[in-house]
Write a protein that binds this ligand. Structure first.
Ligand SMILES: [Mg+2]
Length: 181
């Protein structure tokens, strides 16, 4: 089957990097630990007057390139491929794309290797990409009602309120994805 895999919050640990960078840059300001995050968009969880500072963290050069892999993600990607699945990375770059687009490619090359570069799909509309499943931490993926894939939620603190969808952590990829109807 074709497995589409999101990047940020699914294989790349965006949240920890944000929190650590925020604490280092703004030790005097409120910081929300990853375990207490309840909104998908991080700006919604910080006071409105910090909006500019929040955006400045994740649009800065080097932010995306230096995200740590989510535990188990890299092994799972390789295992899925070795099991014969067509694994693609399907990620939405920021509208403010200047650093993040290049750095997403650099990240994939560094952590997965050059033979994964061709598996990277950058799109702001994942609903037009064909696949059997999309593993994504986002609670609601735009256009999913008309998409070919089933959205399987990558389990995160900020998507706990989402009912009905199946959930995955990488240690369990085989039982969740290969048990598909
Ligand atoms: Mg994501």
């Amino acid at each position: 089957m074709r497995i589409l895999v999101d990047m940020d919050g699914t294989i790349a640990d965006w949240e920890t990097k944000f929190y650590d960078t925020w604490r280092a840059l703004h030790p005097d300001k409120v910081a929300v630990p990853v375990s207490e995050r309840t909104t998908f968009r991080i700006v919604e969880q910080y006071p409105p007057e910090y909006r500019h500072h929040v955006r400045a963290v994740y649009t800065s050069p080097g932010f995306f390139r230096t995200l740590e892999p989510i535990p188990g993600a890299l092994d799972a990607m390789r295992e899925m491929r070795e099991a014969g699945h067509d694994v693609r990375i399907c990620t939405s770059p920021l509208s403010d794309y200047r650093n993040c687009v290049l750095e997403k490619y650099e990240w994939v090359e560094e952590y997965l290797g050059p033979d994964w570069i061709g598996a990277l799909i950058l799109t702001r509309d994942k609903s037009v990409v064909r696949g059997d499943v999309l593993v994504d931490d986002r609670p609601d993926v735009a256009g999913e009602a008309s998409a070919e894939w089933e959205h399987v939620l990558y389990d995160q603190p900020y998507n706990q309120a989402v009912p009905r969808k199946r959930r995955l952590i990488w240690a369990a990829w085989r039982s969740v994805l290969e048990s598909r109807r």
